[in-house]
Design a protein around this ligand. Sequence first.
Ligand SMILES: [Zn+2]
Length: 107
Amino acid sequence: MPVCSKCGKQNADDAVYCAYCTTPLTMVPTVQKQTDITPIAIVGIICAFISLLFFPPLFGILAVLLGAYALSKASEDQKSLGWITIVLGVTFMIIGIFLGMFAAVIL
Ligand SMILES: [Zn+2]
C-alpha cells in the first residue's frame, strides 16, 4: 500500500496520485537497503596480500578490521566474503611475520 508522503494517507496499490491530495505517489522501498561490501572486502584482501611482504602486523590487522567491518555491514549472501577477508588477513599476517623472521635470519 503506497502511503502519501504529503498527507500520510494510504492509497490503492496501483494509484499513481494520492486520492486525497493529488500528490504524485513515489514508491517507498520496503526492503532495507543493504551495503554492497564487495569493495571493502577487496581492499581488505589486497591488504592481506600486502601483509605477506610488507609490515605484516599493520596490513594484516587492517585486513582483519576491514573484514570485520564488511561482515558487520554484509547481507546474508555476502557474509562469506567478510569471513574470507578476515581469514586471509590472519593467515597472511602470520605467514608474513614468519617470512619477515626468516628474512631477518638470512640477511
Ligand atoms: Zn495525499
